[in-house]
Design a protein around this ligand. Structure first.
Ligand SMILES: Cc1cc2nc3c(=O)[nH]c(=O)nc-3n(C[C@H](O)[C@H](O)[C@H](O)COP(=O)(O)O)c2cc1C
Ligand code: SF4
Length: 425
């Protein structure tokens, strides 16, 4: 693996404003200038920029747009969906971006619609955020004429409701649960039309690249991971919250920019609840670059960096998160209906010190059996987290399994595992 080129250690703020006030259209135009009209030529520029999606899978944006624009669909024009539901409990990046810079996202939606030839556009946000929905509707009323009208749709606050086939199902009047692919949204999505689903942060980067170009985008970051990304730093840090990072900076740089750890760090959860635990010593020098992270089996995922103090219990923390993911599956496929609840139950017994010596082997075996067997990646994400916990917290897990749970497992959680409202509509 070639070492990623570190261009700048600290991110210049590209997406985040310095003021906490929501930006209206006049302020937005004063800051960025009017939205350019680029059409389908934008796809080649996005390809040159190397922009990948910020919704979790880091998929190349230009490749997805080309698939939608080029899909043979007769008279059915494509649909653009901006995914802003952000169901990852530890993440605040999408709702903050939408609240502070709505017009950057609206610009991205329009540019996407013009590039792929879409005649319908939807902004998909959490139904729980009524004030955000009202603010977005107000921002939409400020938009200039001649644009594709953006429908602002509320989704249920369920973990899997932001998965792209769940989004399509919801917009087709069904429940917001994922479904088997193919067809993928680009083949038959909303109204069976070719549908482009992009995360709202991805679309905000698009709005900047359309104005400033691919070369500008590449001025920060690394050759393989250009640009900046929004990251939520949470857990045991002095100043938790949203940060904009330049790819190429380290996990340690990022945690220090969030005030540093409140006490000695034991581990870092990288990527969110589909992410991986990394021992703090290994995490600190780790460069935030897709290739460098892949090399250690990690990814930036939904942009969450959670710091776990050494005094906290990684087994109990993982137990709570797996319990959350088991509750939050759509329960439709075997791995979610049977597998995740069984994993969650056994892991909880481990936490309590009641599971027995063989329980860790059983958990590792179940993780392998579950992986890759769901219609969507929900069980894969959960089992990746579990596997990393069994490795990083191996000593602690062994002690728990042998009947010696630690006192820390009864302390308050470090990472949030909320009880989300029931219902899928
Ligand atoms: C269980 C699950 C939940 C997801 N939730 C979200 C979400 O809340 N927001 C989001 O943008 N993408 C979410 N995704 C990823 C989307 O399926 C999709 O990859 C993404 O919206 C595409 O946008 P991007 O290419 O700009 O990253 C989720 C994926 C899975 C498997
Ligand atoms: S794998 Fe789980 S979350 Fe995904 S579709 Fe199947 S039941 Fe639903």
């Amino acid at each position: 693996m070639s070492a990623p080129v570190r261009i700048r250690p600290v991110a210049p703020s590209r997406l985040l404003p310095t003021s906490p006030q929501p930006e209206d259209l006049a302020a937005h135009v004063a800051e960025f200038g009017p939205r350019p009209i680029v059409g389908s030529a934008l796809i080649a520029e996005l390809d040159r920029s190397g922009l990948v999606g910020r919704g979790g899978a880091s998929f190349p944006v230009a490749r997805k747009w080309l698939a939608v624009a080029g899909f043979p669909s007769g008279m059915a024009k494509p649909v653009v969906v901006a995914d802003g539901v952000e169901t990852e409990p530890a993440s605040v990046k999408d709702r903050t971006l939408l609240a502070l810079r709505p017009h950057l996202v609206f610009d991205g939606i329009q540019l996407a619609a013009e590039a792929v030839g879409a005649t319908r556009a939807v902004l998909y946000v959490s139904r729980g955020g009524e004030s955000l929905m009202a603010a977005l509707a107000k921002a939409q009323r400020e938009r200039p004429g001649g644009e594709v009208y953006v429908e602002i749709t509320g989704a249920p606050t369920r973990y899997v409701a932001g998965e792209e086939t769940a989004v399509v199902n919801r917009l087709n009047g069904r429940t917001a649960r994922p479904s088997v692919v193919p067809p993928r949204p680009f083949e038959a999505g909303v109204g069976r039309r070719p549908t482009l689903v992009n995360n709202v942060e991805t679309l905000a980067h698009v709005a900047l690249i359309a104005r400033r170009g691919a070369a500008w985008f590449r001025q920060v970051g690394t050759a393989g991971s250009p640009g900046t990304a929004l990251v939520t730093v949470c857990g045991g840090v002095h100043a938790p919250g949203l940060r904009e990072i330049a790819f190429g900076q380290t996990v340690g740089d990022t945690v220090e920019a969030a005030g540093g750890p409140t006490s000695e760090a034991g581990a870092v959860l990288l990527g969110g609840y589909f992410g991986t635990w990394i021992d703090a010593r290994g995490a600190w020098p780790l460069v935030l670059d897709h290739e460098a992270l892949r090399a250690v089996g990690a990814s930036l995922g939904a942009g969450v960096i959670g710091v776990l103090p050494r005094s906290a219990c990684g087994v109990a923390e993982t137990d709570r998160i797996i319990g959350f993911l088991a509750r939050e599956s759509a329960g439709q496929c075997g791995p979610c209906h049977v597998g995740l609840p069984a994993v969650s139950e056994l892991l909880h017994s481990v936490t309590l010190g009641r599971a027995g010596q063989r329980s860790l082997e059983t958990l590792a075996r179940w993780a392998s059996e579950i992986y890759g067997r769901g219609a969507c990646r929900h069980p894969d994400g959960a089992t990746m987290l579990l596997r990393s916990a069994l490795s990083v917290f191996a000593d602690d897990a062994g002690r728990h399994a042998r009947g010696h749970p630690c006192g820390a497992s009864r302390r308050a959680p470090i990472l949030p595992t909320p009880a989300l409202p029931a219902g899928w509509r």
